[in-house]
Design a protein around this ligand. Sequence first.
Ligand SMILES: C[S@@+](CC[C@H](N)C(=O)[O-])C[C@H]1O[C@@H](n2cnc3c(N)ncnc32)[C@H](O)[C@@H]1O
Length: 284
Amino acid sequence: MSQEQEIPHDNQVLFCEPGYRLAAHGRQATEDERLTLLEQIFDPISRQQRAIIQPGWRCLEVGAGRGSMAVWMARQVGATGQVIATDVDTTYLERLTIPNLEVHRHNILSDSLDHLSPGSFDLVCARLLLFWLAGKQEQALNRMVECLKPGGWLIDEDGDWGMVTPVDPAHPHYGLYHRAWKNGDWWTMRGYDPAFGRKLPVLFERCGLVNLRHKASASVVRSDSPWGRWWRQSLEGIRASEQADGSLTEERAKEYNALITPLNDPSCWVMTAPIHACWGQRIS
Ligand SMILES: C[S@@+](CC[C@H](N)C(=O)[O-])C[C@H]1O[C@@H](n2cnc3c(N)ncnc32)[C@H](O)[C@@H]1O
């Protein structure tokens, strides 16, 4: 079935090619704040997921954002190791001045891998990037695998972003939220997979990786928690991108209100998206 056929009638004309919807361009300060919150929320667990890192390793962080994980990895590999941080937008990364951390403006889908030295990395990581590359995730992963040396590890973390939901059916915002969210098909209508994260092990296997390992976790949090605030800022950022490209109809604006209202009400408890971490090793 084509993507157009899957889209309900009232949204048919609004389908835009999926891509990264939270670009910093034109909203640098707001996105800086959102990414700062993202790092505060996800870094502690990401550091645990990357505990295999060794002094002297050469590591690649793809779609590095503000770069907190790249900075942490640079510390772990020490003076004898090296970290390369890439992103399509290096605005934030360019602020970093760390001797063993190199920044490259690079699109993992389309730019040549040559200047990253394919086959040279002990560890390649990405976090909360692949979801956005809808339909092209395997292509991106294959290119990350190409960067690994034989024996090197790939670690990716991403979410089932369609599973975010208020948990109390008795709460006044519950019904309106669910009508707008449509069990996560709010994402499907925009061309994204609401259950992407859980597919990482399958994709890793298809890309020829071995010694696969997977772990996922979610929590139930109050709307005014850091996670709730980050999720609200994320929805507001996506809404701004739809406003900018003309796909924000009156109907969609109402849906955003239904999704954001519970996040402004601290009496509302929300289940976070399960975040999946996947590990795989290149053999040859
Ligand atoms: C949600 S942010 C996550 C940032 C960072 N990985 C983190 O978790 O802190 C996604 C990042 O991926 C970058 N990005 C989007 N598409 C990309 C692509 N095709 N190639 C490389 N980076 C990309 C964006 O510019 C953004 O910085």
